[in-house]
Structures are given as structure tokens and as C-alpha cells.
Write a protein that binds this ligand. Sequence first.
Ligand code: F6R
Length: 244
Amino acid sequence: VFPEARDASEAAAQEIATLVRSRAAEGRTCILGLATGSTVVKVYSALVRMHQEQGLSFENVAVFVLDEFLPMTPECLQSHVRFIYEHLLDHIDVPRDRIFVPDGTVSQDQLSDYCLKFENRIDEMGGIDMLLLGIGRTGHIGFNEPGSGTDSRTRPITLDAITRIDSASNFFGVENVPRRAITMGVGTILDARRIILLAFGEGKASIVARAVEGEVAPSVPATFLQQHDDVEFFLDSAAAANLE
Ligand code: F6R
């Protein structure tokens, strides 16, 4: 628990930087899984600053983004692909052929094939070394809404009404928020070797307490993180307020 979101974000960025550097020293690729959304913005600005001011290189990095709205075109203001380029990838040196963002333009009949290929690509690259997560008020990680089990893999999912309400301001009205998304599954997430989840602000306090201290159940997918042996929550004091 950190006093401010900025401190937590800086610490998360430092952990990512340390891992990227140690993989580079070993001549290995570092596979990062990355969330989008307001929570992770400061982590990405810290990484950009480390690249620009301290020469931190991402040449040995591959990036898999967790999720994307469906349908969604890349140039749309709210697309996750646009978010991750604008906040991070346009400003650092991750090789372009090692950036993988779920494609929100895939047609319905191609979807299951596409999701399987996305999943296989993660395996072929050697699996995710570090996964950076946010958490939704429904307890979603990625877009794994309540009901998602530990065996779920990358797939299309119907978004919870609360998630659509929480996205409404970005879309200028809830009626414009897509009803579906493509997301890595809970199983995909749990396969990551290390997980950092960030949550900030009082609006996240009750779901954070439920995720950390509540019974493990598909009704709150983030509770499955309790079963992972290398996961940390980086919180500000407001998001930690309901923890015992
Ligand atoms: C988005 C994602 C989601 C968000 C969560 C919190 O890629 O994976 O799980 O992390 O919805 O969103 P913010 O940070 O906007 O509160």
C-alpha cells in the first residue's frame, strides 16, 4: 500500500524495468502482458520517462495487450490498441512485430480461430513473464466478467452492465459502449509467471477487499489471483481502505 497512486505506479514501473533489464542481460526476450485504462496510465508514463531519460531499452520486449472491445476499429478513440500506442508504444522501442493486441475487427465466424491463435502466440513466445492488471468494479481482470472460470482462455465475452456504465463517459453515453470484448481468459492470466495488479481510489476499495480477502469464486474472477504464487497488489491508501 502506497500513499499515492503515483508512488505505486513508479514502483510497478521499476519492477518492470528491472525485469526487462535482467532478461536483456541474459539475452532473452521479456514477455509483458499489459492492461489499458486509467489505472495504468502513470505506469506507462514512468516507463516512457525511463526510456527517454535513462536509456531503458525495450528492444528485447514483446507485448500482449489483455483485451479489446468488440466490435472496435483501431483508429477509434476508445480502442485499446490506440490507448496502448498513445500512452506507451509510440514512445518506446518495442519491435513492432512483437506487439499483439486483440483485434476488435475480427468477424464473428473467424473469432474462435483468432482467439486460439492469440493464445498459441503467447505460448510460442514462451509465456508471459509479467502481467500488469487493473480491476473492474465487477471484479473483472482483463474483461473476465463474473462467471469466468479458471479454465477460461482468450475468447469473446459479453460485458457486464456495470462495466459498460463505467466506460460510458469514454464513449459519450452507455448506449455507445460495445456489448462485447475479446479478453485473455482467467486461465491465460494465471499462467503468467508474475502478476502485478494496480487499483487506485475509493471506488475500488470494496472490490479490492473482496478480491484479496473474499472466498475464491467465479462471481468475482479477481479472487482467482489468490491461487497464484507470485502476485502482488499495488494500491493507494484509498483503494486499500476496506482491507482488514
Ligand atoms: C483493460 C482491463 C480492465 C481494466 C479495468 C480497470 O485493459 O484489462 O480490466 O484494468 O476495467 O479499468 P480502469 O483502470 O479504467 O479503472
